[in-house]
Design a binder for this molecule. Structure first.
Ligand code: URA
Length: 267
């Protein structure tokens, strides 16, 4: 599955000046220390390219350390040295942030024995397996999924304390009762939960279709909220998380890097 750039900024962020960010991260030791690492190990860890390929590149003179061609793979380097591979600088790691338009039938997990995972749609992202899913969706829920390797940012999206708003579009089995608006606003006591849900906003769009804004991420929350009103969600789509809205130009199964504005919108 291929990446689709949102605009020139996003495109540059991924494919242009800082493509090395996506290709050559993470730098696996901190710049705050004087730690060193074998050149081939560092390059392999940072790029996802196998050690044998890296060694070949070194033999071919394609790796430079501070402007001089590296002679051996076993030399130790530190984070202050400028290392290039095929002429591209191996930068310090920059965290990566993506949005994905999740298809039905995919699970939000890093691995699954039975079903394809959202990460299977991102195999062309170097070190895709290091990405974490910021707010999981059920297998049959479609729409916006955020992925990142920035732990703090992930926390801000998912921590219950941050009350990050999620916007869902739900289609239901039966017409939505108008009383649900007040019930959802007041909070619903779901089975096996200690506290009622936080106030939620329900906008009924059609008799059996509504927008729901919630600021939590409890297990099957939307389905259980409608269930508590004796209704059943037949399809569910996440349209937004905070100010990040699913890019309509992304086909189902496609992903793109977030823009800086989108990244900054999560605090
Ligand atoms: N609520 C649900 O019930 N399912 C989801 O996938 C997300 C929110």
């Amino acid at each position: 599955m291929h990446i689709r750039p949102l605009d020139s900024t996003a495109f540059i962020q991924y494919n242009g000046a800082s493509r090395a960010t996506a290709l050559f991260s993470p730098w696996t030791f901190s710049t705050q220390t004087n730690q060193t690492m074998r050149l081939d190990k560092l390059l392999s860890n940072s790029t996802g390219i196998s050690r044998s390929e890296i060694k070949k590149a070194i033999r071919q003179g394609k790796v430079k350390i501070d402007g001089s061609i590296a002679k051996v793979a076993s030399v130790h380097v530190n984070a202050d040295q400028q290392i290039t591979l095929f002429g591209q600088t191996v930068n310090e790691p920059q965290p990566r942030y993506f949005m994905l338009n999740k298809p039905n039938g995919y699970v939000c997990a890093n691995r699954d024995a039975e079903h394809p995972t959202v990460l299977d749609l991102m195999l062309d992202v170097p070190l895709y397996e290091k990405l974490n899913i910021a707010g999981r969706l059920d297998i049959d829920t479609t729409g916006l999924v955020l992925l990142t390797d920035d732990g703090n940012w992930l926390h801000n999206v998912t921590s219950p304390k941050h009350h990050c708003q999620k916007r869902y579009i739900a289609t239901t089995d039966a017409p939505i009762n108008i009383d649900s608006i007040d019930l959802f606003k007041e909070g619903i006591q779901l089975k096996d939960e200690l506290k009622p849900t936080r106030p939620a906003i329900l906008n009924i769009l059609e008799p059996q279709r509504a927008e729901l804004l919630i600021t939590e991420g409890r297990y099957h929350q939307v389905k259980r909220m409608f269930g508590a009103t004796n209704n059943r969600v037949t399809s569910l789509h996440r349209a937004a998380i905070g100010e990040i809205t699913l890019d309509e130009s992304l086909a189902v199964g496609e992903y793109r890097p977030l823009t800086q504005t989108e990244i900054n919108s999560i605090q």
